[in-house]
Design a protein around this ligand. Structure first.
Ligand SMILES: [Zn+2]
Ligand SMILES: [Zn+2]
Length: 248
């Protein structure tokens, strides 16, 4: 006598067979499946290679009060020749009256620099104020010390004054040589240089207001300072910032 499957078991078998067929269609073997979009290389954007680029230095030359064009041109040329800076001469502006010292005899250089940095135009990396007025650094509430210039290390502002470097009525060539050195020295601070003790004639030596020291300094960086500048201007990362205010 033939054993006949119960009707319910036969139905279950058909259902399982149909389910297996659907599984096979829905999930073919991996090698037969179309590649997923997620793994195709055509859909993966290549990551651009990051290579350090030389930083572009764009300095705004800011006349503060009336400044002869020859001095502004000399400032721009000096920054270009030594540091490769691009310069943009800005419209003259008056020295801020809020930067007077206590006796209204000099303008406080640190206050001028702060103002220049706060007002720096978009597109400039730095701004250098140039003035014929006497500028000073504050010693105490009632005492100031006249300076050739002032800049903050690793910062974007500096100011230089022609007042002290022409007090002894130097011939024009000597005056312009002094002007260039003061400009280059202060901008060296902006680029991160401290005072140099490596070479007695380095542009970054501290003159402490001594005119003879200024005149014997070269309008060039020593090897050590030049190497520091080179590392900084060709690095893609910012250097550590300090807040040292440095007069010449
Ligand atoms: Zn040096
Ligand atoms: Zn200095």
């Amino acid at each position: 006598m033939k054993q006949i499957l119960p009707k319910s078991l036969a139905t279950l078998g058909i259902i399982l067979l149909a389910f297996g067929l659907w599984l096979g269609l829905a999930y073919p073997p991996a090698e037969l499946r179309a590649p997923s979009k997620a793994v195709t290389t055509a859909n993966v954007k290549a990551t651009p290679q990051v290579t350090p680029q030389p930083k572009t230095i764009v300095v705004g030359i800011q006349p503060l009060g009336q400044v002869p064009q020859q001095y502004l041109t000399a400032t721009a040329e000096a920054l270009h020749d030594l540091y490769g800076a691009t310069t943009r001469q800005l419209a003259p502006r008056d020295l801020p009256q809020t930067t007077w010292n206590h006796a209204h005899t000099r303008y406080r250089a640190a206050d001028i620099v702060r103002r220049l940095e706060a007002d720096k135009e978009v597109g400039l990396t730095h701004v250098m104020g140039v003035t014929e007025a006497d500028i000073s650094t504050q010693i105490s509430l009632t005492s100031d010390w006249g300076v050739f210039g002032l800049a903050q290390r690793n910062s974007s502002g500096a100011v230089i004054s022609t007042f002290r470097i022409k007090l002894d009525n130097p011939p024009p060539t000597l005056f312009l040589a002094r002007l260039r050195k003061v400009v280059l020295h202060e901008f060296g601070h902006n680029l991160g240089l401290d005072h140099c003790t490596h070479s007695p004639t380095c542009l970054m030596r501290s003159t402490e207001g001594n005119m003879q020291a200024l005149d014997t300094a070269e309008a060039a960086l020593c090897d050590k300072c030049a190497a520091q500048i080179s590392n900084r201007t060709h690095s893609s990362t910012a250097t550590t910032s300090t807040t040292t205010l440095t007069n010449y």
